[in-house]
Design a binder for this molecule. Structure first.
Ligand SMILES: [Zn+2]
Length: 318
């Protein structure tokens, strides 16, 4: 007999959908969540959106899928966190959780005795990731970023887990899949510490929430649920056949100043090509950035001001 699923204070019985907010330990913070307990047995999939509160297409995708998917169409279970970083979403703060200024993506597996970001990560790790077979963390370019759709897989997990991640990555409608050597991210921690195949997907950016991007995101997620035999679904579009990024540069600003970017996501660039420059308040160029090898631009910062250490451009080759 299929079992009920409980996450904190919310329970969904078989062939039921349960929605509500879960509390983050002893804090006032709550996360909107949907548990879809399918009619038939199958895999359990976790989807989280809004770890970064201004990456809107992923958040709207989570909200719409949570509303539209019916338990009677599901073999297995789907757990959807609509927005992880609700404070960042409501206050329109890019990248960080405004209450402790931490990037939630970099504090996994979390700490129940830490600040709010650590506690959120702790709850996601122990109440959610520990109960699932697959995990997808859906992101996008932040307020200040634009990108070509791509995704990251956890490169530091056990080989068997890494191979599973790559296998699923190939089914996405994104241009590239790139290894992440990070160990404390949502998806990397899930793969390394819990052996759960996990991916981080990037689509959209610049604070936009275009319907066509949301539709492509939903199509991609429904397709992957179909690949995992959780739902029956025929995908609507497949623009890309993802290629692996074998070598990449994630270029950060060496100085503070006004950033002008000369390249666009998806653009092919040549070794030595000028990527952008930083000038002072008087328009004098104080730093210039060049491509180290022939490659393709994955994402770039569109904001006119950057601080030392901020991301400028990421590019890679397959
Ligand atoms: Zn993000």
């Amino acid at each position: 007999m299929k079992k009920e699923i409980s996450i904190c204070n919310i329970t969904a019985k078989p062939d039921q959908k349960a929605q509500g907010f879960i509390n983050i330990l002893d804090t006032e913070t709550k996360m909107p969540i949907t548990i879809i307990n399918g009619k038939k047995e199958g895999k359990t999939v976790l989807i989280t959106a809004g770890v970064h509160g201004c990456e809107y297409p992923g958040i709207r995708t989570a909200i719409e899928l949570a509303k539209e998917i019916n338990p009677q169409d599901i073999s297995g279970n789907i757990i959807i966190v609509h927005v992880v970083n609700t404070a960042g979403f409501e206050k329109r703060r890019a990248a960080i959780m405004p209450e402790d200024n931490k990037n939630i993506l970099r504090v996994f597996p979390g700490d129940g005795n830490g600040t709010i970001s650590d506690k959120i990560a702790h709850v996601i790790t122990n109440e959610l990731i520990s109960k699932v077979d697959y995990y997808f963390d859906i992101h996008g370019g932040d307020l200040h970023e634009e990108l070509i759709p791509h995704l990251y897989y956890p490169a530091k997990a056990d080989e068997e887990v890494v191979n599973k991640c790559i296998e699923i990555a190939k089914h996405f409608n994104v241009a590239y899949y790139a290894p992440s050597n990070n160990i404390n991210g949502t998806f990397t921690s899930a793969a390394i510490n819990k052996n759960i195949p996990s991916l981080l997907i990037e689509r959209g950016g610049c604070g936009l929430c275009k319907e066509e991007e949301v539709n492509l995101y939903k199509d991609d997620i429904l397709n992957i649920l179909s690949v995992l035999n959780v739902i029956k679904y025929e995908r609507c579009s497949k623009e890309f056949s993802p290629k692996e990024i074998k070598k990449a540069i994630y270029l950060d600003a060496r100085v503070d100043g006004c950033w002008t970017c000369f390249v666009k996501p998806g653009q092919a660039i040549k070794k030595g090509e000028k990527l952008g420059e930083i000038s002072d308040y008087f328009g004098n160029i104080i730093d210039t950035y060049y491509a180290e090898f022939d490659s393709t631009v994955l994402y770039n910062t569109v904001a006119y001001y950057v601080s030392k250490g901020n991301s400028l451009v990421a590019y890679g080759r397959s």
